[in-house]
Design a protein around this ligand. Sequence first.
Ligand SMILES: NC(=O)c1ccc[n+]([C@@H]2O[C@H](COP(=O)([O-])OP(=O)(O)OC[C@H]3O[C@@H](n4cnc5c(N)ncnc54)[C@H](OP(=O)(O)O)[C@@H]3O)[C@@H](O)[C@H]2O)c1
Length: 310
Amino acid sequence: MIPPKQRHASSGPFRSPSPIKDERILLVGASGLLGEAVAGKIPPTSSTILPRELTKRIDEAAIIEAVGALRPDILINCAADTDVEGAEADDVRARAVNALLPEALARGARAVGAQFVHFSSTGCYGDWKSGPYVETDAVRPTTAHHRSKVEGEERVFAAHPNALILRLGWLFGGRPGLKKNFIWNRLLEARGAREIKSNPAQFGCPSYVEDVVEQTFSVIENGRAGLFNCVNNGDAASRLDYVVEIFTAAGLNIPVVPVEFQRKARVSPNETAANARLAELGLDHMPDWRASLRAYVASLPLVPPLEPEA
Ligand SMILES: NC(=O)c1ccc[n+]([C@@H]2O[C@H](COP(=O)([O-])OP(=O)(O)OC[C@H]3O[C@@H](n4cnc5c(N)ncnc54)[C@H](OP(=O)(O)O)[C@@H]3O)[C@@H](O)[C@H]2O)c1
């Protein structure tokens, strides 16, 4: 059990990064939760989306050639295989998308002198500490998915030593109906429900995808490279705390019942992290997750209520 720990609040006024207008940005994985948010922040004139056909098969030579032809200044990779349970039975796809694809993209970026930006997960640290993990901590992943993410980090830095990798927490945000929209899915689940079950023993850092994108652009604009944790600030949350906060923000009075789900993947009960490196550099602009969550929920259309089933 992770004792909720108050981490430092965001320091200094937030300087919303100006869009990287003059840079040519190549985006991979534009249809996912994070990819859509990145795509929404890049001026269309400076962005190109690498077609899925080119990355479906991980043909490194073809990928390097395609990146070379587009000559980006910055290549941002939001593609990932995020099926954590599925990877336990068969990790071939997870390794291809999370390790081999980023390596090929990083090689392509390096060949044209482009910055390479990639995303990983605070779940990579594993299960060996009781408080938030920092970047200097060892990674001891406990699932096939997180092993593939760690392999991806290693391959990226070997292929492009000046790459930027941000380890993210539990992402929320996106448009209603997007497959990975955690909050919208909980609001749909709550329709007609007498209670919702959630895990009180798994802790992490809920993180707003728009905050992550702004923070990423600010790190890029500061010319930084290397490995960073990038999570919203505020107290550590269990899955149950997170769901309670969603219903509170939505004005729904639904009991959230503690249940520890059995999963195939042994995800660490502690996925919490602190933005130690961002803070050291005076670059930590990540807001408190509860403030971002409330603002996001307030921006959503109302979910039509259903009567609870008898
Ligand atoms: N969501 C979270 O809570 C969370 C937590 C920690 C870290 N992260 C990291 O954040 C990053 C973004 O995650 P996300 O939540 O945005 O994931 P997501 O919503 O599942 O999106 C992943 C995207 O990658 C695409 N993709 C998969 N294989 C591809 C390939 N071969 N070529 C091109 N695109 C491909 C997917 O397309 P299809 O759907 O069509 O396959 C999808 O659009 C990932 O690196 C992830 O590991 C996410």
